[in-house]
Structure formats: structure tokens, C-alpha cells
Write a protein that binds this ligand. Structure first.
Ligand SMILES: Cc1ncc(COP(=O)(O)O)c(C=O)c1O
Length: 323
């Protein structure tokens, strides 16, 4: 019998409940944009304990794997991540007592690397020129050689979608409490967009589900992978989890527009969020311009600004005064 298939479920360390209880049930706030005369309902995923929407996936996949007996005390959680999933899994590993190894593109920001190491996980950087597939293939090879590795497989694991469908999506429906006209979100693995889209469509079939894409890499529009500055989304391929997602269309946002809007969120709203949150808001405001000021439009603020200190987002931080 392979060492994976044992059925003994070992008890989770009670200390894990503290962090696990903080994941999800994030607030949804209305943001009124005066110049555009539009209100966007923004779900504050950056308030999850490790600072991003990815805490949900990390919690769901690891708790589920533990309950199904797929994790043993000596298991090592191994995942390829552009940062946020890596940080989230490192946090879950720290609190639940599992070793974690993260494969991350060498181009990911320094802050992400530091957080992963600070949480006690091992980090392996891979050359970003081969894009994400390099890391995914590396993780498969490592797992084939060492059975201690457990792969959450965020890019293909249906539990990723499931969790957003029954978690994030239902939270949105409950918090909005009336028909939703449009839901807009970017995609990395596609789990959030597919899961929330399914939940919203089931309740409000008329709702439009739009994928936000970096204009420099509009894959759904049939363009080729190219560089963009909206970290966390568009990893160079259309993820398999988007295959049966109920998507009505896509909205392209330029990296510069995303960064400008993110700074607006910092300065006009005091919301310290990352670039993809700004991109989501740009796309949501474009939708509001089409659907009118009364439309109910929902999007997500995905992660925190602290993750971008060393990136272009903080290059133009404006006036500093010295006495
Ligand atoms: C920073 C960040 N993390 C995660 C996600 C969502 O990722 P996924 O498609 O993997 O659910 C997004 C999507 O916009 C994002 O911007």
C-alpha cells in the first residue's frame, strides 16, 4: 500500500484554530467613486490573516487533505506559487505543524520571499523565463521522487473552485442581499472567478460574470503571453479551472491604469491594497459606465499593498516633506 493511502486521521493541533477561524467571512464595502458617479461593492479579501484571498484555498485544501488522511505528520506541502498562495500555505503549515516548500518564480517580489521564509517554509526559486509551467513541472518531478510531498495543485484542484463557490460566492450573495448585475474579477488559477461566478449565476442567472485581464496579456482575447505588472493574475496560460466557468466576457486593463487606480484606492479611500485590486476596480467602473449608476457591481480587493513595496507600484509615491 503506498504511504499516501493510510486512513488514520491525526488530530489537528488546537493552536491552528486561532488562524483558521480568521479566514473568510471578509467584509463587503461600498466604494463610491465621485468622478465616475458609481458605487462598487468590494469584498475585502486583503483582510484575511496572511493578507490575501489565497488563505481560503490554503485552508480548504489542507484541512480537507488532513481529514481524508492524505497528510501525515512528516508530510511536506509543496506548491508552485507567484507568492500569495505560497504565503497562505506557509501560514497554514506553520499553524497546523506541517513543513512547507514553495516553488516561486525568481521574478516575484522580495517581500513575498521574506514572508514565506519568515513563516518557516523553504523556498525554491525557478527561472521565470519558462513561465509558470516550469514550477509546476518541478513540483511534479519532486513529488514523484519523494512520497512525503503533498501537492495542493492549486491550478487543477477542483476544491479550489468548490471552496469559492460555497464560501466566497455564498458570502457575497448573503452580503449583497439583492440581485447582482455584474461580478468582475481577475484570474490566476481561475478558482475565485469560476467559483464565485457559479454561485452568483445560480442565484441570479441574469448576472454578468466578467474576467479582468491585463491588456498586455489578454489571453481570453486570443493574445500571446507578454509582460504586465498586475501580480497575482494572468500567469501566461488559460488555467484549466476556467474551462467550465460561467464567463460572459472579459475586460482588458492596462498595467498603468491598474497602478494608477491602486494609488487612488490608497489615497482616496485609505485602502492599502495591491495592484490587482486596482485592476479589478478599473474593470468594475467600466462595467458601471455601461450598466448605469444603479447597477449592483461586485468585485474583490485581493491582497495587501505591503506585498509591493519593491515594485513599480511604490515608485511614484508622491510628495514627501522634510522639515
Ligand atoms: C493577488 C491575487 N491573488 C489571487 C487572485 C485570484 O486568483 P485565482 O484565480 O487563483 O483564484 C487574484 C485574482 O485577481 C489576485 O489578484
Amino acid at each position: 500500500m503506498p504511504s499516501w493511502s493510510h486512513t488514520a486521521v491525526h488530530p489537528r493541533k488546537p493552536r491552528a484554530d486561532a488562524v483558521l477561524s480568521l479566514i473568510g467571512n471578509t467584509p463587503l464595502v461600498p466604494l463610491y467613486f465621485e468622478a465616475e458617479d458609481a458605487t462598487i461593492l468590494a469584498k475585502c479579501e486583503f483582510l484575511n490573516p496572511s493578507g490575501s484571498v489565497k488563505d481560503r484555498l490554503a485552508k480548504h485544501v489542507i484541512v480537507d487533505a488532513e481529514q481524508r488522511g492524505l497528510l501525515k505528520p512528516d508530510s511536506i506541502i509543496l506548491e508552485c506559487s507567484s507568492g500569495n498562495t505560497g504565503i497562505a500555505l506557509s501560514m497554514i503549515g506553520a499553524t497546523m505543524g506541517y513543513r512547507v516548500t514553495i516553488l516561486m518564480s525568481a521574478s516575484a517580489s522580495e517581500e513575498r520571499r521574506k514572508l514565506i521564509r519568515q513563516l518557516g517554509a523553504d523556498l525554491i526559486l525557478f527561472d521565470s523565463s519558462g513561465r509558470y509551467q516550469t514550477g509546476i513541472e518541478m513540483s511534479r518531478e519532486m513529488a514523484a521522487k519523494d512520497l512525503r510531498y503533498f501537492l495542493p495543485r492549486q491550478f487543477e484542484n477542483p476544491r479550489n473552485v468548490e471552496d469559492h463557490e460555497h464560501g466566497t460566492g455564498l458570502e457575497i450573495l448573503r452580503q449583497v442581499g439583492k440581485p447582482i448585475d455584474a461580478f468582475i474579477h481577475g484570474f490566476g488559477t481561475g478558482g475565485t472567478l469560476a467559483g464565485c461566478g457559479k454561485a452568483i449565476k445560480r442565484r441570479w442567472p441574469e448576472a454578468k460574470i466578467y474576467a479582468m485581464e491585463p491588456a498586455e496579456q489578454a489571453l481570453l482575447a486570443g493574445e500571446c503571453p507578454c509582460c504586465h505588472f498586475i501580480e497575482g493574475v494572468a500567469d501566461g496560460f488559460i488555467p484549466p479551472l476556467l474551462r467550465d466557468a460561467p464567463i460572459d466576457g472579459h475586460i482588458e486593463v492596462k498595467s498603468i491604469e491598474a497602478m494608477t487606480m491602486t494609488r487612488r484606492l490608497h489615497r482616496e479611500f485609505g485602502l492599502l491594497v495591491g495592484t490587482s485590486s486596482g485592476a479589478n476596480i478599473v474593470a468594475a467602473l467600466q462595467t458601471a459606465a455601461k450598466l448605469g449608476p444603479k447597477a449592483t457591481i461586485v468585485t474583490l480587493l485581493c491582497d495587501r499593498a505591503e506585498r509591493y513595496f519593491s515594485t513599480a507600484l511604490f515608485d511614484l509615491t508622491g510628495s514627501e516633506h522634510r522639515a
